[in-house]
Design a protein around this ligand. Sequence first.
Ligand SMILES: *Cc1c(COP(=O)(O)O)cnc(C)c1O
Length: 394
Amino acid sequence: MTAAPSPTAAPAQPVAPFLPFTRPTIDDETIAGVAEVLRSGWITSGPQVKAFEAKLSAYCGGRPVRVFNSGTCTMEIALRIAGIGPGHEVITTPLTWVATSNIVLDVGAKPVFADIDPVTRNIDLNRVEAAITPATRAIIPVDLSGQPVDRDRLYAIAKKHHLRVIEDAAQSFGSTWQGRRIGAFGDFVSFSFHANKNITTVEGGALVLNDEREAKLAEQYRLQGVVRTGYDGMEVELIGGKYNLTDVAARVGLGQLPHLETFTTKRRELARVYFDRLAQLGAADLGLGLPVADFAHTNWHMFQVMLPEQRLALKRAEVMAQLHAAGIGTGVHYPAIHLFALYQRLGWKAGDYPHAEYAGRNILTLPLFPGMTPADVDRVVTALIGILKANRKS
Ligand SMILES: *Cc1c(COP(=O)(O)O)cnc(C)c1O
């Protein structure tokens, strides 16, 4: 039973559609291209993969690039190419997607965490040298939210201690360091094209390598160790996996690449709107932590704020629930890795990396993607500031 609307009632407010924290932008040309691949008769790894690799290599200054079905296996394969395994240690950050350290365990090596710098939220390079032991073989820096780890200092440390670097650049495709593209220099560089990343292949990843020898090994690890020659030659020399990217996925990537610049520009503009509105509404007075306002290097993969734990009467989950009720999606990237049950079983404990733990409890990813408008940002900031003001700890 619904009452008939009174003729004097105000018209219903149009309800804004739910705003997710991210959403891919895929154009019609790409969708048509995917249909063409599906009709072509060749749907798994083939000409689209080759074309995508060639484009990525050109983007990375001509370095060899191979594509895979995730941005996780890329890093595992880099570790294998570098000969890293049992008895070796690999230094990384505790504030990242758990893939970053899981792959170290996967190859039988030991992850060694160095706490984050609370300002950049990336691994604190001041702590990296102290974590180096005779067993250390590599560093895996992570560019959280696309903010690049200082490559000059990173490679100075790596060179001094003869360490390999596997850049977990899953989030920093499109970022630069001192005018150079991430991927165009350095040691191994790993990108992810997961649906949430700045460009996508639905699922997928790419590994930038140093030379053709490494590229050939990457191909072997990618597909059962197989090397083919001539019409019928086939050899297997090492244990590879099943990590190849399909042509369907590669076609999506080929359709995304031409938009990279506009996607990054759009993200940057929206990030500026976030900073402006947050300042106007007094975010600093409420103790809200903001990302580094770096408009020179980052691709603004995410806009992450730090909730003011000591001054807020709500837990993060409650803030997220209230935002959700207001039609706004948020995310947590990420809980501190060393506090996961698996890692605690391996010996880590609360208190080991206090900055990462604080961030793990309080970091919050707000919506940011190229399809958003400044009005969407307004809506998010107004809702968030309203929640913070209404729930100040007295
Ligand atoms: C997305 C991501 C990965 C893994 O990428 P997948 O393609 O999902 O396997 C690794 N590290 C970081 C920091 C990521 O954000």
